[in-house]
Design a protein around this ligand. Structure first.
Ligand SMILES: [Zn+2]
Ligand SMILES: [Zn+2]
Length: 113
């Protein structure tokens, strides 16, 4: 009988390890939003862009789901380019290289001609 209990215990540990691990690390603190994202993947059919592991893709990436729940990969629209000093290079929405710098938390390009 003891052997069976051990086997069940091992099974539980195996199945629950992904979700149990964060809970064990911080048993008192309420789950942060990050954990909520992990839970979503079980039913996971959000229409807004989220980043979590998608079974269909086999990895973590930014995506959203269509009405039929099919995941669609979404590449972040905002360019990574966010320098605060004046530089000259090509940016989306402008032809050729433009002299500009980026302002504000959303990295809006301010153009200098
Ligand atoms: Zn998803
Ligand atoms: Zn730039």
């Amino acid at each position: 009988m003891k052997k069976l209990t051990n086997a069940l215990h091992a099974l539980c540990m195996g199945a629950g390890i992904m979700f149990a691990a964060p809970a064990l690390a911080a048993p008192v603190v309420p789950s942060p939003a990050y954990d909520a994202g992990l839970v979503v993947q079980v039913r996971g059919c959000h229409s807004n862009v989220q980043r979590h592991r998608v079974r269909e893709f086999g990895r973590t990436l930014s995506h959203r789901h269509l009405r039929n729940c099919r995941p669609v990969r979404v590449t972040p629209a905002r360019p990574r380019d966010c320098h605060r000093d004046v530089r000259r290079h090509q940016i989306p929405g402008y032809r050729g290289r433009v002299v500009h710098r980026h302002v504000g938390p959303r990295c809006i390009a301010r153009i200098y001609r």
